[in-house]
Design a protein. Structure first.
Length: 410
C-alpha cells in the first residue's frame, strides 16, 4: 500500500488523537471507580485484610489468564477489529458489575467470581486499547500516546477526589453505580473509535508468524529479564496504590481522606506526558522502565518514613517518575523489543507481568503483611521487592543480554 492510499484510508490525525485521549480518560475514570476503592469497599462489607488481598489477587490472576488469550486471538485474527473485542469485554464486565452492585450481601465465592470477571475482561482490555493506537503509530500516524496516558491519569485523579466526596455523602456502595455508568460510556467510546484500515497481513503474506507467549520469552532474553524485573518491581509498587487506604488510616487519615491522596497520586502522573517524548529520545524506553521501578520503590521508602496524613500527601508527587512513567515506557519498550508479528501479544504479556502477576503477588503480599504487622511491615516488604525488581531491569539493559536477544531473534 502506497502513502497516498494509506492517507485516504486513515482518518484525520486530529480525530484519532482526540478520540484516543478520550478513550484513555474514560478507561482510567472507569478503573478508578472500581479499583481505587476496592479494598475500602471490601472492608466495609465485612471482609478481612487478607480476604481483600485475595480479591486483589483474583482480579489480577484473571487478567493473567485472559490477557494472553485476548491478545493471541487478536494476533491470529487481524480481520477482527480490536475495538469489537474490547467493546464485548466491557459489556460482559458490565453485567458482573451490575450483579455486584445489586447484591451487597454476597459472600466470598460470589464476590470472587465478580472480581474474576472484572479483572479478566474489563481491566484486561487496556493492552488491546494500547494496540489500537499502536497500529496507527506503526503506520506513521503521530498519535500522542503519552499525552493520552497523562490525560488518563488526570481523569483518574479527578474521579478519585469526586468519589471521595461521594463516599462522604452517599457511602462506599454508591461508587458501584458510578462505575456502571462509566463502563457504558467507555464501551461507547471504544465502539466509535475509527477502525484501522491499513494493510492487514494474512498467514500467506507474512513471513514471520505470531509466536506463542512461551516461544516469545525463550527467544528474547532481554525482554524476558525485563519482564522479571517489572514483575517484582510492580509486586512492590502496586500495593502502594491498591492498599493506600491502609496507609492513610495508619497515618491518622480516614476513608474519606483517601480521595485526596488518590487525586494527588493520579494528577502527579500528568506532567509525565509533557516531557516523556524528550526523555524517550534521550534515555530510551528500557532505561525509562528501570527508572520507573527505582522511583516507585523510593515512594515506598518515603511512605515508610512518614508519620502523618500530610506526609502521605506530600509523597504522592513522586508518582511522576514512578508508575506514571512506567505505562508509556513499557508500551514503547515492547514495541521496540519484539518482532512486529508479536506486538499485540507482547503488549498483553507485559500487562500480565506488571498489573497481572505483579498486582496479584502484591495483593497477597499486602494482605498477609497487613494482618501480620500492619502498614509498616507491608511497606518494608514492598521496598524489598521493588529493589530486586530494579536490579533485574538494570541487568536486562546490559549489552551482553541485548546481543544474545538479537542472535536468538535472527
Amino acid at each position: 500500500m502506497n502513502g497516498l492510499e494509506l492517507q485516504r484510508k486513515t482518518p484525520s490525525v486530529r480525530r484519532l488523537d482526540l478520540h484516543y485521549i478520550l478513550m484513555q480518560a474514560g478507561f482510567w475514570a472507569m478503573f478508578a471507580s472500581i479499583v481505587a476503592y476496592q479494598t475500602a469497599l471490601l472492608l466495609e462489607r465485612g471482609f478481612t485484610n487478607g480476604e481483600a488481598g485475595l480479591m486483589t489477587a483474583v482480579r489480577c490472576l484473571a487478567g493473567i489468564v485472559c490477557q494472553p488469550l485476548l491478545g493471541g486471538f487478536a494476533d491470529r485474527h487481524p480481520e477482527v477489529p480490536l475495538k469489537w473485542i474490547v467493546s464485548l469485554s466491557l459489556v460482559l464486565s458490565l453485567g458482573a458489575g451490575a450483579w455486584y452492585w445489586l447484591s451487597p450481601g454476597m459472600g466470598l465465592w460470589e464476590t470472587t467470581l465478580v472480581w474474576a470477571v472484572i479483572g479478566g475482561l474489563e481491566v484486561s482490555s487496556y493492552p488491546l486499547m494500547d494496540a489500537m493506537a499502536v497500529q496507527f503509530i506503526n503506520d506513521g500516524v503521530p498519535i500522542r500516546y503519552s499525552l493520552g496516558r497523562g490525560i488518563g491519569s488526570l481523569a483518574y485523579a479527578v474521579v478519585c477526589v469526586l468519589l471521595g466526596l461521594q463516599v462522604g455523602r452517599l457511602g462506599l456502595e454508591s461508587t458501584l453505580l458510578t462505575h456502571l455508568l462509566l463502563v457504558v460510556a467507555e464501551a461507547a467510546l471504544v465502539a466509535a473509535y475509527p477502525p484501522y484500515r491499513g494493510e492487514k497481513r494474512t498467514a500467506e503474506q507474512t513471513e514471520t508468524r505470531p509466536q506463542s507467549a512461551l516461544s516469545l520469552l525463550r527467544s528474547n532474553p532481554r525482554f524476558t529479564l525485563m519482564l522479571a524485573g517489572v514483575l517484582l518491581g510492580l509486586t512492590g509498587i502496586m500495593p502502594l496504590s491498591n492498599f493506600l487506604v491502609n496507609i492513610v488510616t495508619s497515618r491518622g487519615g480516614s476513608q474519606a481522606d483517601l480521595g485526596l491522596a488518590l487525586f494527588l497520586m493520579g494528577a502527579s502522573e500528568l506532567p509525565t506526558a509533557l516531557f516523556f517524548g524528550r526523555l524517550l529520545r534521550r534515555l530510551g524506553s528500557g532505561r525509562l522502565v528501570m527508572l520507573s521501578m527505582l522511583f516507585g520503590t523510593l515512594k515506598g521508602v518515603l511512605l515508610l518514613c512518614t508519620t502523618s496524613y500530610l506526609g502521605v500527601l506530600l509523597v504522592q508527587p513522586i508518582q511522576v517518575l514512578g508508575y506514571g512513567l512506567f505505562t508509556p515506557a513499557s508500551v514503547y519498550f515492547v514495541n521496540e523489543s519484539v518482532p512486529e508479528a508479536d506486538r499485540v501479544r507482547g503488549q498483553t504479556v507485559m500487562m500480565v507481568a506488571s498489573n497481572g502477576l505483579g498486582g496479584m503477588l502484591g495483593g497477597l503480599l499486602a494482605g498477609w503483611t497487613l494482618d501480620l504487622g500492619g502498614a509498616n511491615l507491608m511497606l518494608m516488604g514492598c521496598i524489598l521487592c521493588g529493589c530486586v525488581g530494579a536490579v533485574l531491569c538494570r541487568l536486562a539493559l546490559c549489552k551482553k543480554i541485548g546481543r544474545l536477544s538479537l542472535s536468538k531473534t535472527a
